[in-house]
Design a protein around this ligand. Sequence first.
Ligand code: SF4
Length: 107
Amino acid sequence: MIVVTDVEADIVSTALNLSRVHFDEQYLEKGGHGLMIMNTMPCHFLKENSCTIYEKRFEGCREFPALHLPDFQKRIFTHFMHYERCPIIFNVIEQLKIDVHFEKELN
Ligand code: SF4
């Protein structure tokens, strides 16, 4: 889920030369707690494995996967969701497995 603030929507819609109304209709929907979120996964702006709005990308994108923020364990489900597609998360999880001597049980 990619949260988009009003200010971010203004910035990106301006960069795309779209009105806010058009931008909101095309790219956003209301999420829980009244937040605005991108209306597709993967994101509209991901093309050929690159962000087409990289310089204007949203704060959540800039922070992802937020390994520098506290309470890593509270976001572990999200990390596992992105394990296969995000090399940063993949490498962190694999290193954690080594650190905790994780061994897969074979039946
Ligand atoms: S970094 Fe770019 S392509 Fe990726 S989710 Fe954010 S806006 Fe979309």
